[in-house]
Design a protein around this ligand. Structure first.
Ligand code: SF4
Ligand SMILES: [Zn+2]
Length: 139
């Protein structure tokens, strides 16, 4: 079932379009017997909807790194694996079907990692403090 999301804008919208394009290539060649709506089977639709939801919630917002470089990596395990499989298959094929998107995607992946968003930094410091407290009580 599709989660309710706010509309994506800018970089996030473009990234989602790229994910959809990659998933369409993958779905076309792997799920031939499946019923498809708008070029995607139910499983692949679920994946792109999940990716959209994560992009809406991405704490980096418009300065997000490529997800494969992200230190937070907010995907749940099965979706992370599906993303890996789709990217591996469709990445090289994107150069044929969507060359501009493919090049932009590669350039995005080369960008330096932005600083952790403030909320995550605070959590990281709190986690480190609590780990130090545990170590201190253990000695
Ligand atoms: S993996 Fe990282 S960059 Fe990608 S959506 Fe999640 S938090 Fe944002
Ligand atoms: Zn599919």
């Amino acid at each position: 079932m599709k989660r309710k999301t706010e509309p994506l804008t800018g970089l996030l919208k473009y990234e989602h379009r790229t994910i959809v394009a990659m998933t369409e290539i993958y779905c076309r060649n792997h799920h031939k017997g499946e019923e498809r709506v708008n070029k995607l089977c139910t499983d692949c639709r679920e994946f792109v909807d999940f990716a959209e939801f994560r992009l809406v919630k991405c704490p980096y917002g418009q300065v997000k790194p490529a997800c494969q470089n992200c230190p937070i990596h907010c995907y749940k395990k099965d979706m992370k694996e599906k993303a890996r499989i789709i990217m591996r298959y469709s990445g090289p094929r994107m150069l044929v079907w969507h060359p501009v998107m493919a090049v932009k995607h590669l350039m995005h992946a080369k960008r330096p990692l932005p600083p952790l968003p403030k909320k995550k930094r605070v959590k990281k410091i709190e986690d480190e403090k609590s780990a130090n407290r545990i170590e201190a009580t253990e000695v």
